[in-house]
Ligand binder design. Structure first.
Ligand SMILES: [Zn+2]
Length: 143
């Protein structure tokens, strides 16, 4: 475990504390590592209509984009769990299908098979986006 990755995973766990998840009580945090080593975080943001919920990864990536840092994203960490138990599950929490597609946009823009560090009770498991979303549709398909 690299110290930087541990710091990134911890940032995701900490970000989950600001989750707004009154309906599912499932708190998720995401942390993005930028090329300048800054970390951008996000947490899930639920809505009474359920279907309009924003995932932590989506919030973090949108935040990085609005700061002009979309192309600076190099790594992503994700942590989730019921409130008070974020990152404590036996299995890693991986991004949902929609978030994999959103991460694919960043991966294609940066020409990087982005590592996604997924927290669990004994640390984290790192997946490459190509493992999470094989044969994904991206900007290159529109050329
Ligand atoms: Zn998602």
């Amino acid at each position: 475990m690299s110290a930087m990755t541990k710091r990134l995973v911890q940032a995701a766990i900490d970000a989950a504390k600001s989750a707004y998840a009154p309906y599912s009580n499932f708190h998720v945090g995401a942390a993005l590592l930028l090329d300048n080593h800054e970390i951008v975080t996000g947490s899930n943001f639920e809505n009474a209509s359920y279907g309009m919920t924003l995932c932590a990864e989506t919030v973090a990536i949108s935040k990085a984009n609005s700061d002009g840092q979309l192309r600076a994203i190099r790594e992503i960490a994700v942590a989730g769990g019921l409130a008070g138990h974020v990152g404590a599950g036996a299995d890693p929490i991986t991004p949902c299908g929609r978030c994999r597609q959103i991460i694919k946009e960043v991966a294609d823009l940066t020409d990087t098979d982005i590592p996604v560090h997924c927290a669990h009770a004994t640390g984290y498991t790192t997946f490459r986006l190509s493992e999470l979303l094989p044969h994904g549709f991206g900007p290159a398909n529109l050329k």
